[in-house]
Design a protein. Structure first.
Length: 142
């Protein structure tokens, strides 16, 4: 007969907590500087010059009075030796994905990374890709 066990198991191993950062400034739509001087590039994000101002304001609003933690992919540095990462708010909101969904930035397809398919199949990305440029998505038009 199997004995039922409830509750958590307490042991001496400590769980690793994510290091939290404060944003000092948004340098560009794909580059962030933290209060400790670290500059990172958002992984999978490619700046769109048409929406640069709106993109920076979006990030500034998201980071206002919030802490950030980082996750890394297999490719940690780009060709210019910038640290690349996925960025999350302290409540685990995935910033890179939210940012792609706004349509203010494009998906970087210059190399492979884990979340590339997720970003490419994001709702706004589907309608902004080259294969859909000539299709009219307005349901009211004939």
């Amino acid at each position: 007969m199997k004995k039922l066990q409830f509750g958590s198991k307490i042991d001496k191993t400590k769980t690793k907590r994510n290091e939290l950062f404060s944003v000092k400034q948004v340098i560009a739509s794909d580059k962030i500087e933290f209060s400790n001087g670290l500059v990172v590039r958002l992984l999978g994000i490619k700046s769109n010059p048409l929406y640069q101002g709106k993109a920076i304001r979006f990030l500034q609003e998201k980071f206002r009075k919030r802490k950030i933690f980082l996750r890394y992919d297999t490719v940690k540095y780009d060709a210019e030796n910038n640290l690349m990462c996925y960025m999350y708010l302290d409540n685990k909101t995935f910033i890179n994905n939210h940012f792609v969904r706004t349509g203010y930035v494009d998906v970087d397809t210059s190399f492979d990374y884990t979340c590339q398919k997720k970003f490419l199949h994001s709702p706004t990305t589907i309608f902004n890709c080259e294969c859909h440029k000539n299709i009219n998505f307005n349901p009211r038009s004939p």
